[in-house]
Ligand binder design. Structure first.
Ligand SMILES: Cc1cc2nc3c(=O)[nH]c(=O)nc-3n(C[C@H](O)[C@H](O)[C@H](O)COP(=O)(O)OP(=O)(O)OC[C@H]3O[C@@H](n4cnc5c(N)ncnc54)[C@H](O)[C@@H]3O)c2cc1C
Length: 402
């Protein structure tokens, strides 16, 4: 009997999702090529977690993702969840450690370790990698796919896995071109919006406090309505506005509200003294006044000295109640976000209803599979984005090879 002909698959995009899809498909005997537009595989993985790569989280479920994605996310993690992702990497040789908040990192705290192990597997399986290979169009003739790349060259495949990522940090590779490739097959694209992104404000406090970083709480508002609970974390004042983990964590609804029609007015409330209630803070300030503390030192030890400059009008004994109220709830009007170059994640992408949540095959085009950030699934900070990339990539690879 002649040997069974292996399936020819091209994976568009050599990021986290594409690499794992390629490995899963090649392990099942498929002949796989990864087409990657950058000169290196996994540039975003390497930059993840500031080079440490927060690859996963102890608690993985749909509540950490956009609501629309709940069904697909649950189904995906039921089949390839935390344990399966960890075993996949453990088999490659990756050791991990888990921080107190549940975030999982390589034991080395280096994304490079993880990428080295993925590259070793790619080589072992004989996966062809074409770098500097920007896929300009993908067309189906009914019998096969033809992928047009630069310089008039083409790749041919029986099946295509589209793992071209979102639109954030285009210098790391994903420039939104994956959305156009999907759109050409009739896919609806939920308008992409930069999320997990620093926010801009004209507020004079930010200019005066530029460079100051404190631990605080932040809460976003759209058209004066709170759209999230208070989130605690770092708050960094910059010359353009606000950054830090608390701001990134509340930025998603703000950016979506500002960028998607009908656009809304956005603001952020900051609690600058999260360790005291407003009453306890007022009592503490009154105690300081009673001790004869000079006005300029009223917030000393509660906030860095520079804050005295922006609080000057409240640093008088008969305004301590007002001072406490401002410190617990200072509102900043948001004029915009820092945009795609500074946004860690992308909201939006290929509409979930158009992708089969078991096989990751397109409902618009047989033989086309979609995974990772190109699909309208976005998670919170904490390893959820990469968890989605690994899991959806793996399952798409298995389906495409089948
Ligand atoms: C600075 C930063 C830090 C982050 N830190 C974390 C973290 O610690 N934990 C976490 O979970 N998530 C983190 N993320 C998010 C996470 O890295 C991404 O969500 C995830 O890598 C997406 O994987 P992906 O494979 O779908 O897309 P990508 O990693 O973007 O990969 C897509 C690939 O496709 C290629 N490509 C695009 N278009 C084409 C084309 N037309 N032809 C050929 N190739 C193409 C791109 O060059 C790219 O390599 C971070 C993101 C950033 C920007």
């Amino acid at each position: 009997m002649p040997p069974m002909k292996s399936r020819k698959i091209v994976v568009v995009g050599g990021g986290g999702a594409g690499i794992v899809a390629a490995i899963a498909a090649a392990r099942l005997g498929a002949e796989v090529t990864v087409a990657e537009r950058m000169s290196l595989l996994g540039k975003k993985v390497l930059a993840s977690g500031a080079g440490r790569c927060n690859l996963l989280n102890e608690t993985l479920n749909a509540s950490f993702y956009n609501e629309e994605a709940a069904g697909m996310v649950n189904e995906t993690f039921r089949r390839f969840g935390k344990d399966e992702i960890l075993s996949f990497f453990r088999e490659l040789g990756l050791w991990t450690h888990t921080e107190e908040d549940g975030r999982i990192f390589p034991l080395t705290d280096k994304a490079l370790t993880l990428m080295d192990l993925l590259r070793a597997e790619i080589e072992k399986l004989g996966i062809a990698v074409q770098l500097n290979c920007h896929v300009r169009s993908v067309k189906s003739s009914g019998r096969e796919f033809v992928l047009e790349i630069e310089n008039g060259k083409a790749l041919r495949a029986e099946r295509v896995i589209l793992a071209a990522g979102g639109q954030s940090y285009p210098n790391l590779g994903s420039d939104g071109s994956g959305f156009e490739l999907a759109r050409a097959f009739g896919h609806a694209i939920v308008p992409p919006v930069p999320i997990t992104v620093p926010l801009m404000t004209q507020d004079v406090w930010c200019r005066v406090l530029e460079g100051q970083r404190i631990r605080g709480r932040a809460r976003p508002f759209l058209d004066s309505k709170a759209v999230m609970p208070w989130i605690e974390g770092d708050i960094l004042f910059t010359n353009y506005g606000l950054s830090g983990t608390a701001i990134l964590d509340i930025s998603d609804p703000v950016s979506v509200g500002l960028n998607r029609a009908p656009a809304k007015k956005a603001s952020v409330a900051l609690d600058l003294v999260p360790f005291l209630s407003e009453n306890d803070l007022a009592r503490e300030l009154e105690r300081r006044v009673a001790r004869g503390m000079k006005d300029a030192y009223l917030v000393a030890g509660l906030l860095p000295p520079k804050f005295a400059q922006v609080l000057r009008e409240f640093l008088v004994p008969d305004k301590v109640r007002r001072l406490a109220a401002v410190l617990k709830n200072r509102v900043f009007f948001v004029s915009g976000t820092r945009g795609w170059d500074a946004a860690e994640f992308t909201a939006g992408g290929v509409a979930i209803s158009e992708v089969d949540s078991r096989t990751f095959e397109s409902r618009k085009q047989g033989g086309l599979y979609l995974c990772g950030e190109v699909v309208d699934v976005n998670g919170r900070r904490g390893g959820y984005q990469l968890a989605w990339a690994w899991a959806s990539g793996y399952l798409a690879g298995v389906s495409a090879a089948g």
